[in-house]
Design a protein around this ligand. Structure first.
Ligand SMILES: [Zn+2]
Length: 224
């Protein structure tokens, strides 16, 4: 729909023999998308219309105080688990809440949050049962996932140096938990190498924290 409104784009797409199937897929009927739209109707009726002043002010701009760097996991929704209002959290999520040195997307989010939104706090948030952390133990052949996980492997190495061999049935569980926690610490170390963060922290404009969300209990706690 948006593309069709751009001069020249419509013609380019219809002339391109490779695009019909992808175009067809964008307009296909989907019960799941219908569910999203119905959910939005419910949101407007029950939430949006219940607080028109809040949403009116949000339409004018945002000034969140916190940058949240979390995992994409569908069970760790930041606003929901912190009971935050819209406009309070500036959020970026990826597989494994990883802060690599070479990710232009993440570094742009961080620079924007620190230099323009002037957030006061950055939280790096891990969680239990994280698929990304489990994948550190697997030899995956996918073209990108193993590369992405390279920036988290040090967490596993550090934990394995501490927990050399599993003695009890509880040990593998504890090892997985320790890797999830260590990954939060590791990603904070990476984050502190970002010039915008280093400078803001040194000047006292920003603080960086580690957090961990336990899916089984719904508890968010500090990682030290
Ligand atoms: Zn995860």
């Amino acid at each position: 729909m948006l593309l069709a409104g751009l001069p020249g784009i419509e013609g380019m797409l219809t002339e391109n023999s490779t695009s019909p199937s992808s175009l067809a897929s964008t307009g296909a009927k989907s019960p799941l998308v219908d569910q999203l739209l119905r959910g939005n109707e419910e949101f407007r009726e029950n939430v949006f219309n219940a607080d028109p002043e809040l949403y009116k002010s949000l339409a004018q701009g945002q000034s969140p105080d916190i940058l949240w760097i979390g995992c994409s996991d569908s069970r760790s929704d930041p606003e929901r688990i912190t009971h935050s209002q819209p406009g309070e959290l500036f959020v970026t999520r990826n597989v494994g809440n990883i802060v690599p040195g070479h990710d232009w997307s993440l570094v742009t989010v961080v620079e924007y949050a620190v230099n323009y939104l002037e957030v006061q706090e950055i939280v790096v948030v891990g969680h239990s049962d994280c698929g990304a952390m489990k994948a550190l133990d697997k030899d995956l052949l996918d073209p990108y996932i193993p590369l992405w996980l390279n920036d988290a492997r040090e967490a596993k190495t550090r934990v394995d140096a501490r927990i050399s061999n599993a003695q009890t049935p509880e040990d593998p569980k504890e090892r997985a938990h320790q890797i999830e926690l260590e990954n939060v610490r590791l990603q904070i170390e990476h984050l502190m190498t970002y010039p915008s963060v280093r400078e803001a922290v040194d000047e006292g404009r920003v603080q960086v924290h580690g957090l961990y969300y336990d899916l089984a209990t719904g508890t968010l706690s500090r990682v030290t």
